[in-house]
Design a protein around this ligand. Structure first.
Ligand SMILES: NC(=O)c1ccc[n+]([C@@H]2O[C@H](COP(=O)([O-])OP(=O)(O)OC[C@H]3O[C@@H](n4cnc5c(N)ncnc54)[C@H](OP(=O)(O)O)[C@@H]3O)[C@@H](O)[C@H]2O)c1
Length: 351
């Protein structure tokens, strides 16, 4: 059998377009899989990495986080996968820095503990919207001890339960999710709902139905001039204990609303996708932090939840994929489309 050829979309230097070229065919170390990618998805992080080189540890670089494809090689000590299995997974070049761990290639190495079998009924194009957002969502909800997201910035520890495959009894806890139509916000809505929480989401009016489809009990318009008042009022009327806000957008505009909501509710957690406002700008009873979406807290979800939840429809492949093109050459235009902004979609390139 001839050795397959690997190709990748390389970042040669910050701010330059990706260049498609040969890449070494990776091999699976202990606990790893090599995936022959059939689809990859784009995340805003990829745009930042391309533009500024942030988080790039080795040049040239292959980055990207979301893959779906067939298991090509199974490393030592991996029991859940066989060669030929259909799988989705979270590629972790972000933390490892190794090029073989970047998604933007024909073959990528992923840790088996950040992968799940993709049921036959679900296409690679649909399944690839899940991995990075899923791991981010678990980090939002279930971290039990604060850690360090970046120097001087703590990770938030809401300590909430993992999503369950069972129907959960009516909730005793309420979480506000700012950015209910974003990839991370909508996935967190799905997992929080599956963990028995009640979600009050904030999204554009055109995405109310989408956010509800992900499980939000109530959705408020991000452009409502009385937003903070309406959200805090809705939380107060809820019978559940208020656990805090997850801000999946994290801009000065959303922080102003977060602070107003928390002020009216007597404090709580503020979990953000970017560094939160400095403590001096927050009420003393607000516990703020930034998530960092590579964390083994997600392992039980990858190992025990993802496949059966996809199979039963409890975990939906949302936001829906928008296929930008086919082949590694299309990744550059997908990144440009992501920079231009998207609404309740995940950009995907098929390979
Ligand atoms: N720290 C981490 O570990 C981590 C992990 C993953 C992502 N992130 C960051 O999290 C952010 C979100 O990522 P993503 O992939 O989820 O983004 P995304 O899906 O590309 O976000 C687009 C969505 O955000 C919504 N949105 C934009 N501004 C909004 C606002 N002011 N209020 C409410 N909704 C708003 C848009 O809604 P409309 O349709 O109304 O425009 C759109 O649906 C990015 O900045 C990303 O870099 C951080």
């Amino acid at each position: 059998m001839s050795t397959p050829r690997n190709l990748a979309a390389w970042l040669i230097k910050a701010g330059s377009p990706l260049q498609v070229g040969d890449a070494p065919l990776p091999t699976a170390g202990p606990g790893e899989l090599v995936i022959k990618n059939a689809a990859i998805a784009i995340n805003p992080l990829d745009c930042h990495m391309q533009d500024s080189g942030v988080f790039v540890q080795q040049w040239p670089s292959i980055f990207g986080c979301d893959i779906a494809g067939e298991v090509h090689e199974v490393g030592k000590d991996v029991e859940r996968f066989r060669r030929g299995n259909r799988a989705i997974g979270h590629a972790i070049n972000l933390t490892s820095g190794r090029s073989q761990d970047g998604a933007f290639a024909l073959y990528t190495v992923i840790p088996a503990k950040k992968a799940a079998i993709l049921p036959d009924e679900i296409s690679f194009t649909d399944g690839v919207v899940v991995p990075f957002a899923l791991e981010a969502a678990v980090c939002v909800l279930s971290l039990k001890e604060p850690g360090v997201a970046m120097p001087g910035v703590a990770t938030p520890a809401l300590g909430l339960p993992y999503p369950s495959l069972q129907e959960m009894p009516s909730s005793s806890k309420t979480l506000v999710i700012y950015g209910g139509s974003s990839s991370v916000g909508s996935m967190t809505t799905q997992l929080a709902t599956a963990a028995g929480l009640r979600v009050i989401a904030i999204a554009g009016a055109h995405n109310f139905e989408f956010s509800k489809r992900c499980g939000a009990a109530q959705v408020f318009d991000r452009n409502d001039i009385s937003l903070a008042h309406k959200v805090s009022d809705a939380v107060r009327k809820d019978s559940g204990e208020f656990v805090g806000i997850f801000d999946a957008i994290a801009t000065p505009e959303t922080y102003a609303h977060d602070i107003a909501i928390l002020d009216q509710l007597g404090g709580g957690h503020l979990a953000c996708v970017h560094p939160p406002p400095p403590a001096t700008d927050l009420p003393a009873n607000v516990n703020a932090g930034m998530i960092f979406a590579v964390n083994d807290i997600a392992t039980p979800v990858w190992e025990g939840y993802v496949t059966p939840a996809l199979q039963s429809g409890k975990l939906q492949c949302l936001p829906p994929p928008f296929v930008v093109g086919n082949g590694l050459e299309s990744i550059q235009s997908a990144l440009e489309k992501c920079k231009a902004g998207i609404s309740a979609l995940k950009l995907v390139v098929e390979l």
